[in-house]
Ligand binder design. Structure first.
Ligand code: ZN
Length: 187
């Protein structure tokens, strides 16, 4: 496929272009222009604008009677071998609370009922894959702790003030620190 003529070529090359130079809707060339106060790739042929928005992550805080928190050691990816609170992404068409219960079951083997949200943070540790994380209290109603789905190599209980090292995500550290300064496990 030959490349269409692009009068904005020079301008584009000076701009940090997200991956993909063609419109995902009609295949036309994307140009940069201002929409909503930001320069964004847009398609003059069909009006498509590429907005970049963070994905939504969910995490579940499960505590034992001593108040220790269940953490998993990640099996894959950039943070393999690092510890985190069980977490995952909300799928398209999926309710956020359904996603939290599902991710927890997939990663830990535990069936949980969700309690309150105890923290919400923006995650910028990966600039190219930004998320907003929501941490729920989760109460165990069934199952047994067992790494499922190959996401974790092991699971363990840790006092929130003495987390294992290294932790994968800075915001998990914030949440554990918050738990360590609160009195007892939230119910
Ligand atoms: Zn288009």
């Amino acid at each position: 496929m030959s490349e269409p003529h692009d009068p904005h070529q020079g301008w584009r090359e000076k701009t940090a272009q997200p991956k993909g130079r063609y419109c995902p809707d009609c295949g036309g060339a994307l140009f940069f222009d201002y929409r909503g106060g930001e320069r964004r790739p847009l398609c003059p042929a069909c009006g498509f604008v590429r907005y970049r928005n963070p994905a939504v992550g969910v995490a579940t805080i499960i505590r034992d009677p001593q108040g220790r928190v269940l953490l998993g050691r990640r099996a894959h990816g950039d943070y393999a071998g690092h510890w985190c609170i069980p977490c995952g992404y909300v799928e398209w068409d999926e309710d956020i609370r359904v996603a939290a219960v599902r991710e927890c079951a997939e990663e830990t083997g535990l069936q949980v009922e969700l309690g309150p949200v105890i923290a919400v943070h923006s995650n910028f540790h990966n600039r190219d894959k930004q998320t907003v994380g929501v941490w729920f209290v989760a109460n165990v109603v069934g199952g047994a702790v067992h790494p499922m789905d190959g996401e974790f190599t092991e699971l363990g209980w840790f006092a929130p003030g003495q987390p294992p090292s290294p932790l994968a995500f800075p915001t998990d550290f914030l949440v554990l620190d918050q738990l360590a300064t609160e009195a007892g496990p939230p119910r």
